[in-house]
Design a protein around this ligand. Sequence first.
Ligand SMILES: [Zn+2]
Ligand SMILES: [Zn+2]
Length: 322
Amino acid sequence: MATRPLRLLDRPVPEPGPAELLIRVLRCGVCRTDLHLAEGDLLPRRPDVVPGHEVVGEVVRAGRCATRFTAGDRVGVAWLAGADGSCRYCRRGSENLCPASVYTGWDTDGGYAEYLVAADAFVHQLPAGFSDAELAPLLCAGIIGYRALRLSLLPPGGRLGIWGFGGSAHLAAQVAMASGAAVHVFTRAPAARELALELGAASAQDSFDASPQPLDSAIIFAPVGAVVPPALRALDRGGTLAIAGIHLSDIPSLSYSDELFGERSVRSVTANTRGDAQEFLRVAERLRLRVTVTSYPLEAADQALADLAGDLITGAAVLTTG
Ligand SMILES: [Zn+2]
Ligand SMILES: [Zn+2]
């Protein structure tokens, strides 16, 4: 981020295709994936793409085949922007694994902008009871955290460990605690540890500290492969570790007896389906999740990403447009 890789440009307002919506951006969340893209950990799929995939906006105009929303509707645009709907993964309900899937702010222009177009079928209805700024982080951080939580197979009333405590983790932790789980948080950022305890975490410690209890499930949100062995060691027999990020630095070699034996599992989490999104947004509304937000003007997107890289943001960063 030291080279300030983002550029502020003037572009014409995009035209929606027949099955697309033109959306005026109100808020756009800043996700770690945007940082990976800006820093080159994730290779760009298009030159000069506009990043941003946690978009809260207002429908300006619908294409002639776009029937789900009308002008004036407040809607959300998330990471998954399209899938072919016909491959073997899509047919079994895993559109997140579709080889032809496309992503907002990676394949298509995203929400670090005043306007964007999005496929009607992949746009989300938003839950009530949240401000625009609070809604933005729900749209990726929230959804991915929810999928990661589901894939970590946390039993009811179980013990969950969370490594890294930013936008995604602070939402997933609340969903877990609402189901009666004891949540243990591991992060190097003191402000994040404080937020975790304030939200009701059973404990909060540094990333490489030992877990106070053997864990049924663990989720790694930090993009740090070095925490995989300690997270696996913290798992009880039969426990599952889910790795939530799209990018992870290399994992050190594992000891089979200390880190895997006892039927411990490790799995990745790859994007999300529209079903995950709908389910999570309903859960967020029902539990009235507390969303902690730090706001930046659109022009300060570079600063927001730099602060995210430096672990300086408590909760989630959100850009304010216009
Ligand atoms: Zn497919
Ligand atoms: Zn994201």
